[in-house]
Design a protein around this ligand. Sequence first.
Ligand SMILES: [Zn+2]
Ligand SMILES: [Zn+2]
Length: 203
Amino acid sequence: MSTCTACTDRDAGDRYLCDRCTTRLADRLAGLPDLYAELSLVPRVTGLAEVVTAAPVEARAPIDLTALDMPGNAAWKLEVRRRDIQRVRWPERSGPEPASLMAHCRWLRMELDWIAAWYPAAAELAAEVRKLEGQALTVVGAPPARAQRLGYCVAVTDDQGTVCGAVLRRYPGEPVRCRWCATEYRTEADLVLLRHYQPSEIA
Ligand SMILES: [Zn+2]
Ligand SMILES: [Zn+2]
């Protein structure tokens, strides 16, 4: 029996993260790619040419350029963390190839059970992901309250039985549609199935 290394509050059994911190980390990793995709929709007030030629530039250039760099920085941060996890778990293998933020988030979610149990720096990963979420939210704002979170997409995306697992949200007047795999949940029967197949920790 030991205390969770992330919240330092709840019992984590023989693991590094308690169930609640593990679920929260899974949710954040699921939402991060969409959140960072929204950054590219934030209007650029200042074009690069203006940054170079206009004066004074000090006041506004850092904001726009930082927002533009954020997805790349987030992907890089998670790549560094993923490299460390792979070093602990498979010391004989080479590290990950550079990949998109979405790919890193997906990999981390797939390995989360192992990470929560065996990765000594799991709490650092949880803190990094929470910070990345917070940084993006300061630019795009909190998700609109009208979007209702339904759970995870349960569509099977290949013939290996891989489940999509993206976070699903319902907007009023729109069909429930996965933003990742484009599966639609239109009928009541679809939604019943969706609820039925949710991972047990959030059911
Ligand atoms: Zn915890
Ligand atoms: Zn999906």
